[in-house]
Design a protein around this ligand. Structure first.
Ligand code: MG
Length: 400
C-alpha cells in the first residue's frame, strides 16, 4: 500500500463508520411528521380563558402546548390555524424552521401570533420527548434543578381588592404550601395619572395591601410586588422607597418596558431587586433589555417569548449578563409544565410563577393531575411533558 492510498483509507474509515452509525441510528429514529391540530378552550375568569393546542402526528403521537392569555384569543386561534397548516407534513424536529418562518409575522402582528407560534413549538417538544421516551428536560441538556420552586400569584384570583381581601387569598396560598406570594395592588390606579394627590392615594392604598399580605405571610416567606407599569420614573422611584420596609424578593415592571431608560433608572435606584420582561418576544427583544440592565431578574413567558427553546436561549443571555431567569407564567397547567421542563435545565433559575386560586378544577385539567408540594411544582420523569389533557375536564368547562 502506497502512502497516498493509505491516507485515503484512513480518511475514509471514519466516514464509513460514521455513515454506518448514522444509517443505524436513522432506522431507529421515529419518522414522524406533523398532521392536524386540535384546540381546546376552557373558561377561567374575567381575566382570561385557557387555550390548549394539541398537535397530532402521522403516527398518532400527539403533543400539548399552551396558547392562553394573549388577551386576543380570536386572533391567536387564526394564527394557530395558519401556522399549523404550514407545519403539516413537516418533521417534528423543524423547530428552528418554525421560528424562522413565524418571526417576521410575529414582529408585525405581535402577541397573538407569538402565542400561537410558542404553543406549537411546545407541542413539538412534547412529541419529541414521547418519540424518544424521555422527559423533555432531557432534550434540553438534562435536569439540574431538583426543585422547581413556584410562587403564588394571587392577583388574578383576588376579587376583593382591599388589604383584607388580598390577605385572605395569601392565607389560602400559604395553607396550600406556598412560601412566596405575589400581588399587583396598583391595578385600580388609572394609567397616565398626573394629579399628585391621586397618585399618592393609589400608591398608599397599594402599599397598604402589600403590608397586610406581608403581615399575613410573615417574615419567613417571600413577598413579590408587580406594579404592572402603572408608574412613571419619578413616582416609581418613590414607590420603591415606600416598599423598602417590606423586604421584597422583587419589584416588577414599575414603568412600561419602553423607554427602557425608565426601567434602568428604577433598577439603579430601587433598594430591592427588580424584575420584568413578560411581554418581550425572542432573544432579539431581550438582548437590548438585558444589555441596558433594565432589571436584575429576567421574566420570559414561555407562551409569549417564542417557546421552550427560545426561553432557554433567553435564560442563557441572562446568565451571560449575570442575571437571574424567573419565567413569567400565569398559565394553564400545560404552560407551567412546559416552562418547568426548560427551567429544570437552567443554572440561573430562581422561581417560577404560578397563578393561584383561579379555578378549583385547575389540577384536574391534566392527567396525572398537577401537583404542588412544599411550594414546588412536581415534575415527572414520564416521556415528553409527562402529562396529557384530561378531555373530560376540558369538555366540562369548555368555552361555549
Ligand atoms: Mg408581571
Amino acid at each position: 500500500m502506497n502512502r497516498r492510498s493509505m491516507l485515503q483509507r484512513l480518511a475514509l474509515t471514519p466516514l464509513t463508520m460514521a455513515a454506518d452509525k448514522f444509517a443505524c441510528g436513522e432506522r431507529r429514529l421515529p419518522n414522524l411528521t406533523v398532521d392536524g391540530l386540535e384546540v381546546f378552550r376552557v373558561k377561567v375568569n374575567r381575566r382570561g380563558n385557557w387555550t390548549i393546542a394539541r398537535l397530532q402526528t402521522s403516527r398518532g403521537v400527539s403533543g400539548l402546548g399552551d396558547a392562553s392569555q394573549s388577551g386576543k384569543d380570536d386572533q391567536t386561534l387564526v394564527y394557530l390555524k395558519q401556522f399549523s397548516a404550514l407545519l403539516r407534513g413537516r418533521s417534528i424536529f423543524d423547530i428552528e424552521w418554525l421560528r424562522r418562518i413565524t418571526t417576521p409575522i410575529i414582529l408585525q402582528h405581535g402577541a397573538p401570533a407569538a402565542v400561537a407560534a410558542s404553543a406549537l413549538e411546545q407541542c413539538l417538544w412534547d412529541i419529541q420527548g414521547k418519540a424518544f421516551s424521555v422527559p423533555v428536560y432531557d432534550l434540553f441538556g438534562g435536569r439540574i434543578q431538583e426543585r422547581i420552586r413556584v410562587y403564588a400569584n394571587i392577583n388574578r384570583s383576588t376579587d376583593d381588592r382591599t388589604p383584607e381581601g388580598f390577605a385572605r387569598m395569601a392565607e389560602r396560598a400559604v395553607s396550600a404550601s406556598f412560601d412566596a406570594v405575589k400581588l399587583a395592588p396598583f391595578d385600580e390606579m388609572p394609567r397616565g395619572l398626573t394629579d399628585k394627590a391621586q397618585i399618592e392615594h393609589f400608591t398608599q392604598f397599594g402599599v397598604a395591601c402589600a403590608q397586610e399580605v406581608r403581615n399575613t405571610i410573615g417574615p419567613g416567606r417571600d413577598l413579590l410586588i408587580d406594579a404592572h407599569s402603572h408608574f412613571n420614573r419619578e413616582d416609581g422611584l418613590e414607590l420603591a422607597r415606600c416598599l423598602e420596609p417590606l423586604h421584597l424578593l422583587w419589584l416588577e415592571e414599575v414603568t412600561p418596558a419602553k423607554p427602557v431608560d425608565d426601567l434602568v433608572a428604577i433598577n439603579k435606584g430601587a433598594p430591592m431587586p427588580t424584575a420584568g420582561g413578560e411581554s418581550i418576544y425572542g432573544v432579539t427583544g431581550f438582548y437590548p433589555y438585558i444589555k441596558a440592565e433594565a432589571v436584575d431578574i429576567v421574566m420570559p413567558d414561555v407562551k409569549v417569548c417564542g417557546g421552550m427553546l427560545e426561553m432557554k436561549k433567553i435564560a442563557a443571555l441572562a446568565e451571560g449578563a449575570g442575571l437571574i431567569a424567573s419565567p413569567h407564567g400565569p398559565a394553564s397547567p400545560v404552560g407551567n409544565m412546559t416552562a418547568a421542563h426548560v427551567i429544570a435545565t437552567v443554572s440561573n433559575f430562581n422561581i417560577l410563577e404560578f397563578s393561584f386560586g383561579e379555578v378549583p378544577w385547575r389540577a384536574e385539567l391534566v392527567d396525572p393531575p398537577e401537583q404542588i408540594s412544599a411550594s414546588a411544582l412536581v415534575l415527572s420523569s414520564r416521556p415528553g411533558l409527562g402529562i396529557t389533557l384530561n378531555e373530560k375536564t376540558a369538555a366540562t368547562y369548555a368555552v361555549s
